[in-house]
Design a protein around this ligand. Structure first.
Ligand SMILES: [Fe+2]
Ligand SMILES: [Fe+2]
Length: 268
């Protein structure tokens, strides 16, 4: 099973640029082209939030137009820049949230890897949160199918990155999530967005990771410097699961990529 994972597209209104600088729509088109060229083609596409920048309908309409180019099943959780209802314009079969206090927590059961989406957003706030009742729900869902490898996807990463200004809008309740996951040994990973960088950390008996934005990258500022972005390559994550080899994640930068083979590989 191959999962293409996009995050933090931050789509703005048509014709506008993010921070008057980044054409996030053009960047997402490039990321979509990148996914369309993948071989093998992904079985599913995951999107881990901040898909638009301000939760506005016109932004979702533009997002739907761009992601609509992907002929693969698309699953998504919201980020702090999203609007839960707006996201339905792009992913119509999102859960109604009736059993999860309005959150768009979800289970996708029809693939070799079971996918569990956690909605970590708190409407009106940039930081995220997981609650006791949400973790009780997660524990029940994980207990229901302990034999199947399971991937959790969510917007806010459940670890401290060392980039202070992003950690200030991190995830409350991460100890609770770690304890919940630690009770289950079939969770192959927790994949996230939000930080606009590729980062991994051990977490809850598994591996948690976040991945670059399709549009704008946050600088590696471990010195406390705030709000610094950097012109690094956008990327898509590719998560592969194989029954004999397990789960592995790849970072695939978007952009011109010329492939080549050295002479020794072609010499007879
Ligand atoms: Fe973001
Ligand atoms: Fe975010």
């Amino acid at each position: 099973m191959h999962i293409a994972h996009l995050t933090d597209c931050h789509i703005v209104e048509p014709g506008e640029r993010l921070a008057d600088r980044v054409d996030t729509a053009a960047a997402l088109h490039a990321a979509v082209d990148h996914v369309l060229a993948m071989s093998p083609a992904p079985d599913v596409v995951l999107a881990t939030g901040d898909l638009v920048n301000d939760g506005r309908p016109a932004q979702y309409d533009q997002l739907a137009e761009i992601l609509g180019r992907l002929p693969f099943p698309l699953f998504a959780v919201p980020g702090n820049h999203d609007d839960r209802e707006g996201l339905r314009r792009v992913v119509p079969d999102l859960p109604d949230g009736a059993d999860t206090e309005g959150r768009l927590d979800q289970v996708i059961d029809r693939y070799p890897v079971r996918l569990i989406g956690l909605d970590t957003t708190v409407p009106g706030e940039h930081g995220g949160r997981v609650t006791t009742s949400q973790m009780n729900w997660l524990d029940r869902v994980l207990s229901a199918d302990p034999a199947r490898p399971t991937l959790v996807f969510q917007h806010h990463p459940p670890f401290v990155t060392g980039i202070d200004w992003m950690d200030d809008v991190g995830l409350d309740g991460r100890e609770l999530e770690a304890a919940t996951l630690a009770a289950h040994d079939h969770v192959v990973g927790v994949v996230c967005g939000h930080v606009h960088r590729a980062i991994t950390a051990p977490f809850g008996g598994t591996v948690a990771s976040c991945w670059p934005s399709t549009g704008a990258q946050v600088a590696l500022a471990l010195d406390g410097d705030r709000y610094r972005y950097v012109e690094e390559a956008a990327a898509v994550a590719v998560h592969r699961w194989h029954p004999d080899h397990g789960f592995v994640s790849h970072l695939s930068p978007v952009g011109p990529a010329t492939t080549w083979r050295p002479a020794w590989a072609t010499a007879s």
